[in-house]
Design a protein around this ligand. Sequence first.
Ligand SMILES: C[S@@+](CC[C@H](N)C(=O)[O-])C[C@H]1O[C@@H](n2cnc3c(N)ncnc32)[C@H](O)[C@@H]1O
Length: 261
Amino acid sequence: MSTAKTPSGKSSGRGTRELRVRVKTAKGRKLSSTLWLERQLNDPYVQKAKLEGYRGRAAYKIIELDDKFHFLRPGVRVVDLGCAPGGWTQVAVTRVNALGARRGKPQGHVLGVDLQDVLAIPGADLHVLDFLADGADDQVKAWLGGPADVVMSDMAAASSGHKQTDHLRIVALCEAAAYFAFDVLVPGGTFVAKVLAGGAEMGLLTMLKKNFQMVANVKPPASRADSSEKYVVAMGYRGVAPAPFVDGPDADDVDMGASHT
Ligand SMILES: C[S@@+](CC[C@H](N)C(=O)[O-])C[C@H]1O[C@@H](n2cnc3c(N)ncnc32)[C@H](O)[C@@H]1O
């Protein structure tokens, strides 16, 4: 995992002692809330994010994916869909050199959108938008003002508590992001998106395989082992009109080591 240039400029957090915190049940607090709090307090990625100045543990998912696939290079233009609270955006700003901090390296650009307001991140162009709303893709294209090298989506609808419904919703978000990517990516561009394992993503993966030179199915270690979340990384956009969705074989699974529990 990369530890270079954290937003706070602090150390990597490597070597942080992992003391287990127990949270007592409290009057008025549900057991599920107590267990959530205990998991947060004991999660090394949560602690590391605090130390390194990231807005959430999700930052480490894109760090791990980029350390493996190297799509966030200085000078690239990135669209970050579902960017709140901003961890992925923070990572992208640094890695694409959006602030021009690395002299002599090309300066990139990061555009983020989310349903929710996001506190400003220097170097990023952030907008509140429902990406599933009519005309949302045209709006993002207008803000972008040109092609993108990377489209990444960590969009996830709030959990309904019903696994299959959540799965279908996330696939719908992923498909919307993929069609947008087909529209704005330069040939050779990269598409990264969150999916939930559950079956309905097969058509999407097949379509990505037709339109990209390489499609990988990845579970980064920062993604919790008890979550059905995984990511598709599609690289080498062929720059042709997308084939329709059809059921078909899965993408290649890439082993990134154990997930965090
Ligand atoms: C897991 S969070 C993203 C975390 C982010 N990558 C980070 O590093 O901070 C998922 C986000 O998707 C956003 N989202 C869900 N549906 C959306 C939609 N239709 N349009 C835009 N954003 C959406 C949610 O508001 C939420 O902030």
